[in-house]
Ligand binder design. Structure first.
Ligand SMILES: *Cc1c(COP(=O)(O)O)cnc(C)c1O
Length: 400
C-alpha cells in the first residue's frame, strides 16, 4: 500500500463486522425500567414474551424468555428428557453452545458435516449418523438461512427423533412463507446476544407449541420453583410461599434486558429490510471477484410462499485458485480498518470436541474446505452505503 493510502485509511474509523443498533428508544426504556424499581424478571419480561409470540403470530405458540440462547437450548433439551446415554446430532459448522448443552445433560453430541451450498446441516450425513441411541437433531439455520425443514422434520419423524432448532441467526427468517419458530419442531431457540439481528445485551427466547415442554422450561428456568416470579408478581395469595419441585437453573431474563428487547422487536422489520439491502449491495459490488457469495433463499413457490434470509452473517468464500490466502486477506482488510470474522472454526477442530469425540478432519470434508476459505464481512443495520463501499473497494483492490 502506498504511504498516502495508508494515511487515508488510518484516518477512517474502524468498521467492525457487527454492531448493535441502539438509540434513545432503548435507552429511555432502560432508564424507565431502572426508575420503576423492578429490574429483574417482571412486567417488561412478560410483555416482551407476549410481543415476541405475537410477532411469530401462530396461535398456541409460547415464547419463554431466558438469559441466553445457550440457556434456552439447554432447557429445551432438558425438557425433552435428553440425558446420559443419548446422542444428539449437531452440525460441526456452529458455535460451541449448540453442542455444549448436550454435554451439560450428560448426553453425547454427534457432529456431522454440512452442505457445500448453504453450509447448513447435511441431511444425508444426519441420516448416516443415526444410531439406536439417537434422540434428537439440532439444526442450525446458518447465517440466517433456514435449513430444509420439510425434509429434516420428515427425517426426524421417520426415526422418531426430537428436533430443537438453533435459530440464533434466524430472526426473522422465513422458510416457504413460514417464520422460523413456527415450523413444527419441538422447540426453536433465538439469541439476543450483542451481535445478533436484535439484541438485549444477553438474552434468548425458547419458542414451542408443546404445553408440557413449555411448562418444564418455565419451571427449570427459575430454580425449579413451581410458582415462578411472574406468578408471584401478580399473585393475590401471599407471595412468600413457593415450592421447589426440581433442581432448576437460574436462566431468567431481567426486565432491564426485556425493556431493550421490546424496543428492538418494534424495529425488527426495518432491521431485516436494511440487512437484505446490504446483502444485495454486496452481491452486486462483489460480483466478478474470485469469491463464492452466500447462498440465497431461493424458494418462491407459486403460492407466493417465499423464503427469506435474515442475513445475520454475510459469509464469502475465496475461490480455490486465489493466490491470496484467507488469513492474509483478513490481515490486509484489518490494515485498511475493516473488521471481519470467521464463522465458524468447525467444532471438530477445537481441542475439546476433537479429543472427546476422537474426531479427524477427514470426517468433515465440506466443513474443512469451507473453513479454509471463508470470512464474514461487516454487515449491520447502522452500516452506511459509504461504509459498505469501503469494504467492496478494499476487496477489489486486494482480489481483482
Ligand atoms: C450466538 C450463538 C449461540 C449462543 O447464543 P447466546 O445467546 O450467546 O447464548 C448459539 N448458537 C449459535 C449458532 C450462535 O451463533
Amino acid at each position: 500500500m502506498a504511504e498516502q493510502d495508508r494515511m487515508e485509511s488510518a484516518a477512517q474509523p474502524f468498521l467492525p463486522f457487527a454492531l448493535p443498533d441502539i438509540d434513545d428508544a432503548e435507552i429511555d426504556a432502560v432508564v424507565a425500567c431502572l426508575r420503576s424499581g423492578w429490574v429483574t424478571t417482571g412486567p417488561a419480561t412478560r410483555q416482551f414474551e407476549h410481543d415476541f409470540a405475537a410477532y411469530l403470530g401462530q396461535p398456541g405458540l409460547q415464547a419463554i424468555s431466558v438469559n441466553s440462547a445457550t440457556a434456552g437450548l439447554h432447557l429445551a433439551l432438558e425438557g425433552l428428557g435428553i440425558g446420559p446415554g443419548d446422542e444428539v446430532i449437531v452440525p460441526t459448522m456452529t458455535f460451541t453452545a449448540t453442542a455444549e448443552v448436550v454435554r451439560y445433560l450428560g448426553a453425547q453430541p454427534v457432529l456431522v458435516d454440512v452442505d457445500p451450498d448453504h453450509m447448513n446441516i447435511d441431511l444425508a450425513a444426519v441420516e448416516a449418523a443415526i444410531t439406536p441411541r439417537t434422540r434428537a437433531i439440532m439444526p442450525v439455520h446458518y447465517a440466517g438461512l433456514a435449513c430444509d425443514m420439510d425434509a429434516l422434520l420428515a427425517l426426524a419423524r421417520r426415526h422418531a427423533l426430537r428436533v430443537v432448532e438453533d435459530a440464533a441467526h434466524a430472526f426473522p427468517t422465513r422458510y416457504k412463507g413460514q417464520l422460523v419458530g413456527t415450523l413444527g419442531s419441538d422447540a426453536t431457540v433465538f439469541s439476543f446476544y450483542a451481535n445478533k439481528t436484535m439484541t438485549t445485551g444477553e438474552g434468548g427466547m425458547v419458542v414451542t407449541r408443546d404445553p408440557e415442554l413449555a411448562r418444564r422450561v418455565r419451571l427449570m428456568r427459575i430454580h425449579g420453583i413451581s410458582q415462578d416470579a411472574f406468578n408471584r408478581y401478580v399473585s393475590r395469595t401471599p407471595a412468600w410461599f413457593y415450592e421447589v419441585v426440581a433442581a432448576g437453573f437460574k436462566y431468567n431474563l431481567t426486565d432491564i434486558a426485556s425493556a431493550i428487547g421490546i424496543q428492538q422487536l418494534r424495529k425488527i422489520d426495518r432491521f431485516a429490510r436494511r440487512r437484505e439491502q446490504l446483502a444485495q449491495r454486496y452481491d452486486a459490488g462483489l460480483a466478478g471477484l474470485p469469491l463464492q457469495l452466500p447462498a440465497r433463499a431461493d424458494h418462491a413457490g407459486d403460492d407466493g410462499a417465499v423464503s427469506t434470509h435474515a442475513w445475520h452473517l454475510y459469509v464469502v468464500r475465496l475461490a480455490p485458485q486465489t493466490p491470496l490466502g484467507r488469513d492474509t486477506l483478513i490481515q490486509a482488510l484489518s490494515e485498511r480498518g475493516i473488521g471481519t470474522s470467521v464463522h465458524f472454526i468447525p467444532l471438530h477442530r477445537h481441542p475439546y470436541w476433537r479429543d472427546s469425540g476422537s474426531l479427524v478432519p477427514a470426517q468433515f470434508p465440506v466443513a474443512e474446505a469451507c473453513f479454509g476459505r471463508m470470512l464474514t464481512l461487516p454487515l449491520y443495520t447502522r452500516m452506511t452505503d459509504a461504509d459498505q463501499d469501503r469494504v467492496i473497494r478494499a476487496l477489489h483492490e486486494l482480489l481483482a
